[in-house]
Design a protein around this ligand. Structure first.
Ligand code: NAP
Length: 486
């Protein structure tokens, strides 16, 4: 992998403002999922390094919180600029370790950088309140203050954006930050640390602790009493467990967990828009996003046309190494991921689904799976209840609006949902009735740093992005001043 700026490829942990080897010197291999080649060996940090990072963050908090918002904002703006000027290198690194096509990786770099720009600006607007007093001689105030040391654990599917969504509001609010990135994708996180350093973030403000011992690092990040806030993006079972660990010291917790997004297409939908939105929502990152459409509910009258058009679009997607020009679908992240997709497709076919296109591994390599479309799905099939996390579109039929809403909501998850219709009244009714944190109406891609991202039900707690995104990193302090005279 040729980088214009080879120094962004860092392989050691970033703690207290320096790149350091893991205590004990262990390393682990980071492998390109498209080729199986080893990219580099990265510090495999034990719990002691997580403790060191928390201590550094605690020390740095004392001075970082005391800077003017404008000064913190200037650092974050420099980081935004550096990320964009290194967009190509960051994208190449991301594609190498994660597999997504370069075009998607470039888009993720811009999206991730956008959080630092947005929240840097937001830092200057963390207003408190003055409340009309309840008695003469009193003044009642509300202050917004940074919570303190914030820690995070992030997944591999968006190696930069999932960190930026948390780090940017934390740093903007005046918190300091420690993250354990996913073991598959530590290089993007360490490149961010390198650029953060160049942007002038003081030592200890941003710390990255890579490692394969997720449980032992996670235990420190969720139980150390110096940590006041923990944010997790990943699977629902792990998130529930980590939230439990945070309970012992009553930390503020944000959870961005799994989804099971319905994608509803009514007879009156614009078919071109619906198919384009379906491809964007389903096949982005090879189906490995938490907001990917997981269940397509298609109304009877448009079902045949939609299925045929979607199958054609899916089979036209170019599958191959994400670094090759024109690739639209890269590899899945691991052998386990491919195995899960195979099992879900086999279960659906065994239970009566019809294969329209795809349905097996792709000749491009061991971790590649063909873009697939299945029809005749029922709620009894595993793919209706579990996150597929792969390039498989599963189509169900429905008769009317009432049935579509009931089917869409028949899940313990509630992250994203999508609806396609040209009837304005129906668009409102369905958007309001869906049990989801986010709804795309005639839109298949909805994530942006300027809007609140998050889930309801077992998909999570809290919001990231938009004005709401900084609230989780501040405490609200009420100050009552008395004896002031009338
Ligand atoms: P995962 O297994 O939960 O892993 C996510 C992170 O948790 C990784 O850093 C992992 O470390 C760590 N982890 C795993 N077990 C742990 C433990 N016992 N203690 C502490 N940390 C632990 O999830 P995944 O399969 O990699 O990621 C995909 C999931 O994330 C999907 O469910 C997806 O929907 C969800 N997701 C949600 C959002 C959202 O915003 N709602 C966004 C993206 C992804 P290692 O890598 O070292 O195992």
């Amino acid at each position: 992998m040729m980088l214009q700026d080879p120094a962004i490829l860092q392989t050691r942990a970033f703690i207290g403002g320096s790149f350091v080897s893991a205590t004990g010197g262990a390393t682990f291999a980071v492998v390109n999922p498209a080729t199986g080649e080893r990219i580099s060996d990265v510090a495999d940090c034990p719990a002691a390094d997580a403790l060191h990072a928390v201590a550094s963050a605690e020390t740095a908090f004392r001075s970082w919180r005391g800077l003017l918002a404008k000064e913190r904002a200037a650092c974050l703006r420099r980081l935004y600029d550096l990320m964009l000027s290194h967009q190509e290198d960051l994208a190449r690194l991301m594609t190498a370790e994660q597999g997504k096509p370069l075009a998607e990786a470039r888009a993720e770099v811009a999206y991730a950088a956008g959080f630092f720009e947005w929240f840097g600006e937001e830092a200057k607007r963390l207003y408190g309140e003055v409340i009309p007093a309840n008695a003469h001689g009193r003044r009642l105030l509300v202050l917004k203050q940074p919570v303190g040391v914030a820690t995070a654990i992030t997944p591999w599917n968006f190696p930069l954006a999932m960190i930026a969504r948390k780090a940017a509001p934390a740093l903007a609010a005046g918190c300091t930050f420690v993250v354990k990135p996913a073991a598959e994708t530590p290089l993007s996180a360490l490149a961010l640390a390198e650029l953060g350093c160049r942007a002038g973030l003081p030592a200890g403000v941003l710390n990255v602790v890579p490692g394969t011992g997720a449980a032992e690092i996670g235990e420190i990040l969720t139980t150390d009493p110096r940590v006041r806030k923990f944010s997790f993006t990943g699977s629902t079972p792990v998130g529930k467990m980590l939230a439990g660990q945070c309970a012992g010291t009553v930390k503020k917790v944000s959870l961005e967990l799994g989804g099971n997004a319905p994608f509803i297409v009514f007879d009156d939908a614009d078919l071109d828009q619906a198919v384009a939105g379906a491809v964007a929502s389903k096949f982005r990152n090879m189906g490995q996003t938490c907001v990917c459409a997981n269940r397509f509910y298609i109304q009877d009258g448009i079902h045949e046309a939609f299925a045929a058009r979607l199958a054609k679009a899916a089979s036209d997607l170019l599958v191959g190494d994400g670094a090759a020009p024109g690739t639209a679908q890269g590899p899945l992240v691991s052998d386990r991921a491919v195995g899960k997709v195979e099992a879900l497709v086999a279960d659906a076919l065994d239970n009566g689904a019809t294969l329209v296109t795809g349905g097996s591994r792709h000749p491009a390599g061991r971790r590649f799976y063909q873009p697939t479309v299945l029809t005749g799905m029922t709620m009894a099939m595993r793919a209706a209840r579990e996150e597929i996390f792969g390039p498989v579109a599963t189509l169900f039929r429905f008769r009317d609006q009432r049935e579509a809403i009931a089917l869409a909501n028949a899940t313990p998850f509630g992250l994203a949902a999508y609806v396609y219709t040209r009837d304005l009244g129906r668009a409102w009714q369905v958007a309001e009735a869906l049990e989801a944190g986010m709804v795309g109406v005639n839109e298949g891609v909805i994530s942006t740093e300027v809007a609140p991202f998050g889930g309801v039900k077992e998909s999570g707690l809290g919001r990231e992005g938009g004005r709401a995104g900084i609230e989780d990193y501040v405490e609200t302090k009420y100050v009552a001043m008395g004896g002031l005279g009338s």
